[in-house]
Design a binder for this molecule. Structure first.
Ligand SMILES: [Zn+2]
Length: 408
């Protein structure tokens, strides 16, 4: 029976950093809650300053290329609102790009189309083909024990289209809760208190949520998803092309922007605004956080089977800790992500998309690749073919640092 934090409800499963169980003290408080109490100042986000920096950046790039911004668009709440904000509020010329992750529900697709039409967006739907998609998912699950696939792979697989758009801004609609949880996770386990004091002003100088594409983190993230896999020649060819464009973009002046760190968006207002443009909350999703993906339950299940904390736990707990969602909403949502024992119905769809049998999936989970302290071996032959501009030693180091750090 797992122990739960009395403040945020997190269970004492292993956490992605260090793969140790979440420490919960004698008073029943978890390490995240205790740290937040003790160092609240460190966790403050200055939205006003971030917004000013972002607006200055928009003015600097506006009208110079075919598109001002590409938005990584899923038709979900966060990227949908981001699309609204950039076009209607800021008047930017925007291309919306959707990577077909194989798991779009009818409602989801409907939302996607409604917003494209009603916001007047230029839109590209990028599909990598059934077989390549299956190879991507099965390799990722087998090697990394991970399932979730939104931002990172979308950036990689859409790289040729993003490059062709010439847009200087790449906009992510990642939710604030996701950012908070990753941010706190990272601050807490990577830096001691003195280092944190030094690091935060540096982050704020550029404005939180504004990153340069040259930062190697994005390339490493994309590589991490695929570098340990074994693929067919067709998939290798696709990956070669994507990494070519990805690296080409790193040579140019491009910014990746996490909009939820720049603006203080409110869940309720987002929903209200989007509904004016024909968006409807999908039935099977909860009303907080990003989680509009229909595979949330599966993500929770796969993490649970490996005894690891699902990011959704971290996300919703972080939102509650920061006072971003009410106690009532938190209590309504927590049971829906506290997914455990029973195999969710989405497993069938996953098996179909990944072209795996249930037995194969179960076999992977018995090995708990997500909970392993060390990353799987890198496929050097593949990495050579991808001609990434990183030497072997660097890549090994980066991979072990980044291995399953972020999103389960
Ligand atoms: Zn807690």
């Amino acid at each position: 029976m797992s122990k739960h934090c009395v403040q945020c409800g997190l269970p004492d499963f292993k956490i992605t950093y260090g793969r140790e169980p979440l420490p919960i003290d004698d008073k029943g408080c978890c390490v995240f809650c205790n740290d937040y109490e003790a160092n609240q100042k460190l966790y403050e986000v200055n939205f006003k300053a971030n917004e000013e920096k972002f607006l200055a950046l928009c003015n600097q790039i506006k009208g110079k290329q075919k598109y001002d911004a590409v938005i990584m668009y899923t038709g979900g709440k966060d990227s949908g609102y981001a699309a609204y904000y950039l076009t209607k509020k800021l008047g930017l010329k925007v291309l919306a790009v959707t990577w077909d992750n194989g798991f779009f529900s009818k409602q989801h697709e409907q939302n996607l189309r409604e917003l494209v039409q009603n916001l007047g967006l230029d839109h590209k739907f990028i599909s990598i083909g059934e077989n390549n998609l299956a190879e991507f998912y099965s390799n990722r699950l087998k090697k990394l024990g991970r399932f979730c696939a939104c931002t990172q792979p979308a950036l990689l697989f859409c790289a040729p289209e993003i490059a062709a758009s010439e847009a200087p801004l790449i906009i992510m609609g990642v939710s604030f809760g996701q950012q908070l949880s990753l941010f706190q996770n990272r601050l807490l386990f990577e830096f001691n208190i003195n280092e944190r004091q030094l690091m935060l002003p540096l982050l704020k100088e550029r404005g939180m949520g504004i990153y340069q594409m040259q930062d190697p983190g994005f390339l490493i993230g994309a590589l991490l998803d695929v570098a340990c896999g074994n693929y067919s020649p067709a998939m290798e060819e696709l990956l070669q092309n994507c990494f070519k464009h990805f690296q080409q973009m790193m040579q140019e002046e491009r910014y990746i922007n996490i909009l939820s760190l720049i603006y203080n968006f409110d869940h309720k207002i987002i929903g209200e605004v989007l509904s004016q443009y024909g968006w409807k909350k999908p039935n099977n999703t909860h009303s907080a956080g990003h989680t509009s993906c229909i595979m949330e339950h599966l993500k929770g299940y796969l993490a649970y089977k490996q005894n690891m904390l699902n990011l959704d736990y971290l996300e919703i707990a972080a939102e509650r800790r920061w006072g971003r969602i009410s106690k009532e909403l938190f209590e309504e949502v927590l049971p829906t992500i506290h997914y455990n024992q029973a195999e969710p119905p989405e497993m069938e769809l996953f098996c179909k998309v990944a072209k795996m049998t249930r037995e194969e999936v179960e076999q992977v989970l018995v090995g708990k690749p997500f909970a392993s302290p060390n990353p799987p071996p890198i496929n050097w032959e593949l990495v050579k073919k991808l001609t990434v501009n990183i030497n072997q030693e660097q890549l090994s180091k980066f991979l072990s640092l980044a291995y399953n750090r972020g999103i389960p």
